[in-house]
Ligand binder design. Sequence first.
Ligand SMILES: [Ca+2]
Ligand SMILES: [Ca+2]
Length: 299
Amino acid sequence: MLVDAGGEPDGGPARDEESTPVDTATETSEPGPCNEARIAVESDAAEVRVGDLLRLQLVGFEASDGREVNWLVRGPGDAIEVVFDSGWSASYLVRQPGPHAFAVETWTAEGALICRVEGERVDASELGVTGLVVVLSWRTPGDANENDTGGDQIYFSVGSDMDLHLLHPKAYGQYFDWTYDCYWDNVNPEWGIFGPGGNPTLDRDDADGVGPEQISLREPEHGVRYQIGVHYWNDWGYGPSIASVAIYVDGALVDQWDGVELTNDDMWDSHYFDSGSGAVSRIGAEPVITPNYRGFSGP
Ligand SMILES: [Ca+2]
Ligand SMILES: [Ca+2]
C-alpha cells in the first residue's frame, strides 16, 4: 500500500506540531514511489536571502501514474506563497525573511493522491544590505513555460523581458538617461558624490521571464527623491505580463505592488523613494503607465 508521507490528505500543515507522532518513518520499509522522494531546494548562494529565486525539484519520485503536481509553500506567518509554474520542478521567489516550508503533492490523472512530500524548512535571512533594494518579478500568462531560460535576446527569447529602472533626480524623469538611469544598459553608473556606496547597481538582470531583476543603492544620497520604473522591453510574442515590484529599505520590505499588467513597450512609474525621510510612496493610486515608451536607445 502506498502511504502518504505527510499524513495530511487535505494539505493541512502538520509539520510544526511537535506532538505529531513520527510514525511516517516506520512506513518507509514498504517499497513505493514515495519512499525515496524528496524535495531539493536549490539556490545560487549558500545562504537563502530575501530576493533569491529558489528552484524546487521533486527528486526520487517514481510513479508511472503520476500526472498532477501541486507545490505548496508557506512563508513567515504561515502565509501561502505563490509558486511560479507547477511542474516536476518549480520556482519560488523569497520575498520575506523567516521560515519557509515546502511541500509537494502528486496526484494521478484520476485525482487520487499518490503522496505528499515535505521538504526541509528553509530560513531566509534579511537582505544583508543597507539602503534601497528594489526587486521586480513578473508573470506572463501567454508563456506556457515561464521557467525556462534561453534565447539570444536579439532574434528570439524563450520568455518575456521586463526591465527595472532607477532614476536619480538629475534624469528629470527621463528613462534611458545615459548617466542618471540605472538599468540593463547602465548597470553601475557613477552617482556617488561621497564614494561608491552612492552608486546604484543592477545586481540581477533577467531577460527571459519571471525575474527577479534587482537594483540596489547602499548609501542613498541624502535628501534626494529617487524614482522607480518598470519597462516592458520586449514581450517576445508572449503577450501582456503582470508585474510585481517589492521595495526594501535597510533590509525590510516596505512596499510590494502586485498585479500591474503591462503590454509591450509600456513604461510604469511605480514608486518614489525619498532618502531624507526614508519614505517609499506609490506614484498614483492607480498605476501610471505610458504606452509606446522607447526612450533613448543609446549605443
Ligand atoms: Ca518561457
Ligand atoms: Ca530584463
